[in-house]
Design a binder for this molecule. Structure first.
Ligand code: T68
Length: 831
């Protein structure tokens, strides 16, 4: 309840909800200095860069506050249908630039700070990005909430406020070493903690049967332990539209701080044991990507944030007398992969056990309130939880899951008779190798819709991963192709290109990205092409400055910049890129080609490997080893450079992508669900060399075959080769170039003569090669030759690059959001 205003209510400043500071240089400077003085407690003269950054962030926040408060007020009043996006990950990137863009304050702030003798760029550089996600899935969530705010759609993002985000990657002698990511250490100016709104989340214990007042038997969960979930709110500003949505991340806090009696007795460790245990839940992000870890703590994290979020929504966002049968008219819970799927039995538990609804009524509500997005095709990436673990941690939820499964299988029997094979295939409970809950199946049964993240992926999901369910639930499966926010990945990351675009086609494209089509005719304009090239070269110099300072690397602005940035995973095939580099190097040192005849290229890698993923780490080591040798070999005459800056993250992406000429999207066909980096590169005028996989398919369709380098097996060919029996060594035997590249690695050329170092990588390629690197090698080398030829035609290349920009409007996440609204949510955009 808000504090009583009493007499103060008559004060003029108290009449408005929240007042904004004046949007002028003077107004800003006054506000900024007040924050410095009264927020940080320092004078301008005595302030550090961090003081200044924190004061600036809080000042910019002030400009968003009135919009936020107004957005919340309106939502309370209209009770318009909204989206609760449930995601264990949000890879937000830096906040300052985006907040300045949203408020259109960049110029005012730049000038105001200059008057104070401060360079805005220095303060921007001070911000540590919240890396609360692993890769594509987490970044997608961040793009989606940006788009929803910009489109004025009511949305709350719910997630976890990890104390440590994705690890900071360092290299020691070329090998990955992980360091904790202390993103909160220097202060967290963007968050609003609300400890007074903490929610109690329970775990463990048992279930008993009780009889309620009406004499009806009810199951009741008697938990064994609990933890507080403390909400931390973040602003999600729409782009210059007066709207600010909310991202609410939960932090775990112990219910009992510590045991004073034990503390006084001197056993300090024991005194805080319970606290440490509870608070571990939001301590650190699991760095696993595309391979879910069946760890108890991870299940605790999932239930912790989902139970807090659903409880928060029902108790805090709805009016007190809300009729729960109307819940589907008010909210849709969008499940970002299976990580939040435990929310399904949780909503059932709340409706049935706590709110007293009948099972069938509760199930009817639940089925309409959830929708599920799948982000993978790898069978090993589909999350399962052992029944033992789930029953120990969440006994009542396990019961509910069993009941859901029983009812579901009864329906299957009704339709198909006692087709036991089918029943076993479709059961939410798997029996082998261990009794466990298939979370994707639970999500599919409970969700009103199930979507894949690119056209090909959604098709394969229906045909290969969940065909029985597709048959059983006609119309449930749909596609929404991923997207990226053009605010961050074009306007903020590439101001020079943004300006060139606006000069050509005027304003308005940033919220209506299809307008980039207007650039098509400029591809034929020689002067425009020259300006476009100037922008690219300037972005390479900007990257050069960043990497020089960061890691001591140089980037030549006259090299073709060939970039592969994404998580390190065998299916993404960084090793195929590496074989191309080794082959090119081998051709030079063997004298097959003169260095002077090789297209000068700088290869940039950015990739983190999951700490427990051995092969991925070996590949990182090999990339670094090849880089050291190639970069230092005088015979190469500096025409090839391999650079691998450690700790690739959103901040670095914003500098790398705008500088790129060539985008490497070379996963084995049928393995990359969508990819979103591929979209960012195309939008920034890089050409793609890629397989027919994920959203590459749609990129190629849109930008045109002539402006895309396609290579490799198609998905059905992959499937066919698999069935026929894939023997990687036969490709090695048959291709001299491939043999020489692999032999060069085996020879110890990149490991100081030691042949054992990269033996695991080589053997894996020769005798296992799950992702058919060797089978696609020849096609890839041939495609790279096409790249070289195309790049030598400067005007032709520029034309293609411009067409990539002009035809990438479809990949705005604003479009993705329209598709979700139309195909899944039915949320009318509200004002
Ligand atoms: C990615 N998945 C897909 N997973 O690989 C990518 N997994 O093709 C797609 O574009 C992107 O999702 C967005 O749809 C992931 O990023 C994970 O990060 C992840 C994290 C934990 C457990 C499993």
């Amino acid at each position: 309840t808000p504090a009583s205003t009493g007499l103060v209510a008559t004060h003029p400043l108290a009449l408005a909800t929240v007042n904004s500071p004046p949007a002028s240089v003077d107004g800003f400077v006054r506000e900024f200095l007040r924050e410095l003085n009264f927020g940080q407690g320092v004078s301008l003269q005595g302030s550090t860069v961090n003081d200044q950054y924190l004061a600036l962030a809080r000042t910019v926040r002030h400009y968003l506050m009135a919009r936020w408060s107004e957005t919340l007020r309106r939502q309370r009043e209209t009770q318009a249908k909204g989206v609760a996006y449930l995601s264990a990950e949000y890879l937000l990137g830096r906040q300052l630039g985006n907040a300045l863009l949203a408020t259109d304050l960049t110029d005012i702030v730049g000038e105001g700070l200059a008057q104070c003798g401060i360079d805005l760029a220095d303060l921007r550089a001070q911000e540590v990005e919240p890396g609360l996600g692993n890769g594509g899935l987490g970044r997608l969530a961040a793009c989606f909430i940006d788009s929803l705010a910009t489109m004025s759609v009511p949305c709350i993002g719910y997630g976890i406020r990890y104390e440590y985000g994705i690890f900071r990657q360092t290299f020691v002698e070329g090998r990955q070493v992980e360091q904790p990511d202390s993103w909160l250490a220097l202060g967290a100016p963007w968050e609003f903690p609300h400890p007074e709104n903490a929610r109690l989340i329970s775990f463990g214990g048992s279930v008993e049967t009780t009889t309620d007042e009406a004499g009806v038997e009810r199951r009741r969960w008697i938990p064994a332990w609990d933890v507080n979930a403390v909400p931390y709110n973040y602003m999600v500003p729409g782009y210059q539209n007066g709207r600010v949505n909310t991202l609410r991340l939960w932090r775990a806090q112990a219910t009992d701080a510590f045991d004073l009696k034990i503390f006084n007795s001197g056993d300090y460790e024991e005194a805080v044991r319970a606290q440490t245990f509870a608070e571990n839940i939001s301590k650190v992000l699991y760095p696993e990507d595309s391979t879910p870890q069946g760890k108890e703590l991870r299940l605790q994290q999932q239930y912790f944030f989902v139970a807090a979020s659903i409880g928060d929504f029902l108790d805090q966002q709805l009016p007190e007398d809300f009729d729960l049968t109307k819940l589907p008219e008010r909210i849709i819970f969008q499940l970002n992969d299976t990580h939040p799927v435990i929310g399904v039995p949780e909503l059932m538990r709340v409706l049935v056990d706590e709110r007293g609804l009948e099972w069938d009524a509760a199930w009817a509500i639940t089925q309409k309130c959830f929708a599920y997005t799948c982000h993978t095709l790898l069978p090993e990436a589909l999350e399962v939880w052992s029944v033992d673990l789930l029953g120990k941690l969440l006994p009542r939820h396990l019961e509910i899951i069993y009941r859901i499964n029983d009812d579901f299988l009864a329906e299957v029997r009704e339709r198909f008779g006692d087709d036991e094979l089918r029943i076993r295939r479709m059961s939410i409970i798997a029996e082998h190798p261990e009794r466990s809950v298939r979370m994707a199946y639970l999500a599919t049964v409970a969700g009103s819709k199930v979507n894949g993240v690119a056209a090909l992926h959604s098709q394969l999901l229906r045909d290969k991963v969940l065909p029985d369910f597709d048959e059983f639930y006609p119309g449930k499966f749909t596609n929404v192709t991923n997207g990226i926010t053009p605010r961050r990945f074009l306007r903020l990351a590439n101001p020079a290109l943004s300006e060139l675009i606006t000069d050509a086609i005027g304003v308005g494209w940033l919220t209506d990205l299809e307008r980039l089509r207007g650039l098509e005719s400029y591809a034929e304009d020689e002067e425009f092409r020259e300006r476009f090239r100037d922008v690219k070269a300037a972005n390479k110099r900007r990257l050069d400055a960043v990497l020089r300072e960061r890691d001591g690397f140089t980037v030549h602005d006259d090299h073709l910049l060939d970039v592969m940035v994404k998580r390190l995973h065998e299916y993404k095939r960084q090793s195929l890129k590496l074989l191309h580099i080794v082959t090119t190097y081998d051709r030079i040192i063997s004298g097959e080609v003169a260095a002077a005849d090789v297209t000068p290229r700088t290869f940039i890698f950015g990739a983190k490997a999951a700490p427990g993923y051995k092969m991925a780490k070996e590949i990182i080591h090999l990339i670094n080893a090849v880089g050291s040798v190639v970069n230092a070999d005088p015979r190469v005459e500096d025409r090839l450079k391999v650079i691998f800056p450690p700790n690739y993250n959103v901040t670095l992406a914003e500098k790398v992508i705008p500088a790129a000429d060539l985008s490497e999207q070379i996963s084995l066909a049928g393995k990359e669900a969508s990819g979103t980096g591929n979209m960012k590169f195309a939008l920034n005028g890089a050409l793609t060399i890629g397989t027919d996989d994920g959203a590459n398919v749609e990129i190629r369709e849109l930008v045109g075959n002539d402006n895309f380098f396609l290579f490799g097996m198609l998905e059905p060919q992959v499937e066919e080769l698999q069935t026929r029996g894939y023997v990687p060594s036969s490709f090695y035997e048959a291709d001299a170039g491939l043999r020489r590249a692999i032999d060069l690695i085996s020879s110890g050329a990149f490991s100081g003569g030691d042949r054992s170092v990269f033996e695991p990588v080589v053997s894996n390629l020769l005798y296992e090669d799950r992702f058919m690197v060797l089978a696609d090698y020849a096609a890839y080398i041939e495609a790279q030759a096409r790249v070289d030829a195309a790049y030598s035609d400067v005007e032709g290349w520029t034309r293609s690059a411009i067409l990539n920009v002009a035809r990438s409007g479809f990949f705005s996440s604003d479009r993705s959001m329209r598709d979700y609204i139309e195909r899944i949510w039915g949320t009318p955009p509200s004002i």
